[in-house]
Design a protein around this ligand. Structure first.
Ligand code: ADP
Ligand code: MG
Length: 384
């Protein structure tokens, strides 16, 4: 369990309707009391309500849908729950959580692209819970290899990210295969306009739960620093050298930039590797594993590749490129300062990006300006 995740000691999972058997499994994992979002949503989910919940990353959203589903699915060969997540990594994490607490009869299948169809098609014949990414799920539905026509639960996890990633058509395609009397459980870190539009389009009338951020559980300082033209690499290098850090994430806009920045850092003695969509599924997983095990200190990633990384000891996030939207900013920096650890999120800001960044500072008011003169920029060797 997450050591410092905030739970309500006055409430138990039994109070929310979770069965003794599952409560026992939770206990074995050190989970005794629900988090806020769990407290607010588990009961309505058990009561059959559609739920739309907004709650920050790391607040325990998975169990909100996983526990009622685990408890209620029966051991026939039908698919009773479909859970969609934006990335393979997240789909796998969700599936892992399902399996961890599932009663032995529950058959959980994970479906995502980039790997062979065969085991997924075979598994789909008997799976009770299908956890997957939209592309491959729709693909199997179109091929007639997956049947969701009788599901009881339709879960969208990280709904905002899925829409950001352009999955709307796939989601709607998938929903066309689902029965209208299903229960919709939509979870998201934010509820943007386009998500509300979808709720309206499908004439859902969910119970909406908005959980406030628990600021004091995180210990994250947000800063930005002005960078002179052509000094970005040397600023990043100096910051990395300067900080007392554990794992660090550097965000760049493009795959090419991740490759270049990681290489420059390596050439200057910093243990950095890129993580981007050009890498195979296997390579990406290996890299994430290395990072988790601290065999790589710095990951230089695109937003898409880093989505859903749940790694606890990230102390620093550097925005090498300014994020496009407030949402992206919030997701990026949500990776550090978790578990109550100290964290620092620093955005490198070139003059022509001030207007972009202003959109963000207007909403995120705690971002402080760093004094660039407080640092002596180190020279950085740039390979030719
Ligand atoms: P989210 O989906 O909101 O980002 P997760 O569901 O991935 O959050 O949960 C984040 C972490 O918190 C996981 O490691 C999970 O095991 C842990 N966790 C979830 N609920 C509880 C709880 N009630 N008590 C303690 N730890 C919890
Ligand atoms: Mg989640």
């Amino acid at each position: 369990m997450d050591e410092t995740i905030e739970t309500d000691e006055d409430v138990t999972f039994e109070d929310l309707g979770v069965s003794p058997e599952i409560v026992e499994r939770l206990k074995q994992d050190g989970i005794e009391h629900p988090t806020k979002v769990q407290e607010e949503t588990i009961k309505p989910v058990f009561e059959g309500e559609d739920v739309l919940a907004e709650s920050e990353t790391g607040s325990g959203k998975t169990l909100c849908f996983a526990l009622p589903i685990i408890q209620n699915v029966t051991n026939n060969d039908e698919t009773q729950a479909l859970v969609l997540a934006p990335t393979r990594e997240l789909a796998k994490q969700n599936a892992k959580e399902f399996k961890k607490f599932a009663l032995d009869h529950v058959d959980v299948l994970t479906i995502y692209g980039g790997v062979s169809y065969k085991p997924q098609i075979e598994g789909a014949k008997t799976a009770n819970v299908v956890v997957g990414t939209p592309g491959r799920v729709l693909d199997l539905l179109n091929q007639g290899k997956l049947d969701v026509s009788n599901i009881d639960y339709f879960v969208l996890d990280e709904a905002d990210r899925m829409l950001d990633m352009g999955f709307r058509d796939e989601l709607e395609g998938i929903m066309d295969y689902c029965p209208p009397q299903r229960q919709d459980l939509w979870f998201s870190a934010t509820i943007p306009r386009k998500l509300r539009d979808m709720v309206d389009k499908y004439q859902l009338d969910p119970i909406v739960k908005k959980i406030k951020r628990t600021k004091h559980t995180r210990n994250l300082e947000e800063k930005y620093v002005d960078v002179k033209p052509n000094r970005k690499l040397s600023m990043l290098y100096t910051l990395l050298k300067d900080r007392d850090r554990d794992l660090s994430l550097v965000f760049c806009r493009t795959k090419n930039t991740t490759r270049f920045v990681a290489k420059v850092l390596r050439d200057n003695g910093i243990d950095a590797q890129e993580l981007n969509g050009d890498m195979s599924q296997h390579q990406r997983e290996q890299m994430v594993e290395k990072f988790k095990n601290k065999n790589v200190q710095v990951i230089v990633a695109t937003d898409v590749a880093a989505r859903g990384l749940h790694i606890d000891d990230i102390t620093h996030v550097f925005n090498y490129d300014v994020p496009d939207t407030v949402d992206t900013y919030t997701h990026r920096i949500g990776r550090s300062g978790r578990q109550g650890a100290e964290g620092e999120a620093i955005t490198l800001l070139e003059k022509d990006q001030h207007h972009l960044f202003r959109k963000i500072t207007r909403v995120r008011r705690d971002i402080e300006k760093m004094d660039p003169d407080s640092m002596d920029l180190l020279d950085v060797k740039i390979p030719q």
